[in-house]
Design a protein around this ligand. Structure first.
Ligand code: SF4
Length: 203
């Protein structure tokens, strides 16, 4: 969706290794072929992440764009065929609502009819109640959607470090260890962007 928008907000892609482990690194080939953007698959280790960042930066500098697999010990061509077969058997690809972003066509999985008995959405009809859906929307003042879409840095949210901290998270990006705001905070970033810029300018 971001790449098709024409203003993705990034000029290289570090692709998630867990997705590529199942789907195969080829899943990301379109980034290079259709959008001419460097891409590298990374795992969840410092070495693999550094290798992927190095690869994408080097591709950018040299103007030579390709898909690099920097997690080859786990990510294999074609992915995990058994897991893909099981996904195909149990899931349908459907439109999905991404919190704060909206509905993106064909971006989600739904348990299919055959496995309906295992679908919590069917077992708990309250899932479809409007009030409950609204409770799952982004809290007022939270800019998580913009953070996730790469449009702003976490400390550009006016709640960052003020009302929203890991001990008192307002939005989902401050809750999960994988959340951008939480990572930003854990890395020692404490000041709002405007103040950080002022400090740099005065230095
Ligand atoms: S999680 Fe907190 S800091 Fe991050 S965008 Fe939401 S409110 Fe702002």
């Amino acid at each position: 969706m971001l790449l098709e928008s024409g203003t993705p907000g990034f000029d290289a892609l570090v692709a998630p290794g867990h997705v590529a482990t199942i789907m195969g690194p080829e899943e990301w080939q379109f980034v290079v072929e259709r959008h001419d953007i460097p891409a590298a698959v990374a795992g969840f280790t410092s070495e693999s992440l550094l290798a992927a960042m190095y690869s994408t930066l080097r591709q950018l500098i040299e103007g030579r764009h390709f898909l690099d697999n920097c997690y080859p010990e786990v990510v294999k061509p074609g992915g995990n065929r058994a897991a893909r077969r099981q996904l195909q058997q149990a899931m349908d690809v459907t439109d999905a609502n991404w919190r704060g972003v909206g509905i993106i066509p064909a971006s989600g999985f739904t348990i299919n009819e055959k496995f309906r008995a295992h679908d919590a959405r069917q077992a708990f009809p309250s899932y479809a109640v409007d009030a409950r859906k609204r409770a799952g929307e982004m809290p007022p003042g939270c800019d998580c959607a913009s953070v996730v879409l790469g449009k702003i840095y976490p400390n550009e949210c006016r709640l960052f470090g003020a009302a929203c901290k890991p001990r008192h998270p307002i939005g989902p990006c401050m809750v999960s260890d994988e959340g951008a705001c939480r990572i930003w905070w854990s890395a020692g970033m404490r000041e709002p962007v405007a103040k950080a810029k002022r400090t740099q300018a005065n230095a």
